[in-house]
Design a protein around this ligand. Structure first.
Ligand code: ADP
Ligand code: MG
Length: 289
């Protein structure tokens, strides 16, 4: 797959590979000690989709985002964002880390966290001015956090912390966003605010890769899905990829893991349904099937 015509035709910014894909990953392997967290992962995400990354605890979902972003060492593999290697694509990428990975006791105000999102663009030596402050305030308004701009981040609820980091990602004005469980453990108000922003970003043509914990809302919220458990078991449009067979392959056939209020993978008689049910919509009217 490497060394093709597209790659040789690289412009001044370096070689270009698979430029029609928002994210393209080849043969990515990450090992911690002797244990693989990711094994030979290939990923193709087209632009403009909102993609869910789904898999059990410890499946390597966070590791996948960290490896794509160059935040964790990789054993093998190549990553392209918008056809560019990471160092050329970095300015077009936004990232919201898993909330549990952030030190929330660090003494920082909400507005400062958001302004930090601009540092990549400003360069570290230039201090943010009035224009940057306005951008940060606009982003805080967009996530419904304008009233909290002078609060210490330690004083926020989980949902407010998550919205603050989303505002920080918004000011980055990225083409591709990576978000690690942005809606896990947040209140309903925060979840609705976050979802609104994610849908707006998609409507603007941006690409979102979202590690998502709630199997019940994949169908209503996302249009693309990646099923991961160390390996990629399946990836593609939700309608054709988010099937009972693929979920079973990912979760090891443990139906209990798949069932919540309703089990999207089973018929009324409990037998597995091999095809996705287009009528399945646990959350009212959020998406036409
Ligand atoms: P997920 O986000 O899907 O829950 P992770 O990517 O966090 O999974 O972790 C995948 C596997 O790698 C787990 O077994 C986890 O314990 C291990 N792991 C993650 N980060 C590290 C690390 N820094 N050092 C050692 N092992 C790690
Ligand atoms: Mg994780």
């Amino acid at each position: 797959m490497s060394g093709g015509a597209a790659e040789r035709a690289g412009g001044p910014g370096g070689p270009v590979h698979e430029p029609d894909l928002a994210v393209h990953v080849e043969d990515l392997t990450v090992t911690y000690g002797s244990r693989p967290a990711l094994w030979d992962v290939d990923l193709d995400v087209p632009p403009g989709v909102m993609a869910a990354i789904v898999g059990p605890n410890g499946a390597g979902k966070s590791t996948l985002l960290e490896a794509i972003l160059g935040l964790t060492p990789t054993t093998a593999g190549h990553v392209y964002v918008g056809g560019r290697r990471l160092r050329e694509a970095r300015g077009r990428i936004g990232y919201v880390p898993q909330r549990t990975a952030v030190d929330w006791d660090f003494p920082t105000r909400v507005l400062d966290v958001v302004t930090m999102g601009l540092y990549g663009r400003l360069g570290w030596l230039r201090r943010p001015g009035a224009k940057e402050r306005r951008l940060a305030e606009t982003a805080l308004e967009r996530v419904g956090m304008a009233d909290y701009r002078d609060r210490q981040i330690a004083q926020l609820s989980g949902g407010q912390q998550q919205r603050t980091f989303l505002a920080r990602a918004l000011v980055q004005d990225a083409d591709v966003y990576f978000l690690d469980e942005p809606m896990a453990g947040v209140d309903a108000t925060s979840e609705a605010a976050i979802l609104d922003v994610l849908r707006d970003l998609r409507a603007e043509g941006r690409t979102l890769l979202v590690v998502h914990h709630d199997l019940q809302t994949v169908r209503t919220t996302f249009d693309w899905v990646v099923l991961l458990n160390v390996r990629v078991l399946a990836q593609g449009p939700v309608e054709t990829t988010y099937t009972a067979d693929n979920l079973r392959a990912t979760y090891g056939g443990d139906v209990a893991l798949l069932s919540g209020a309703a089990d999207p993978t089973a018929n009324a008689d409990g037998a597995p349904d091999p095809t996705p049910d287009p009528a399945y919509a646990p959350h009212e009217g959020t998406r036409d099937a």
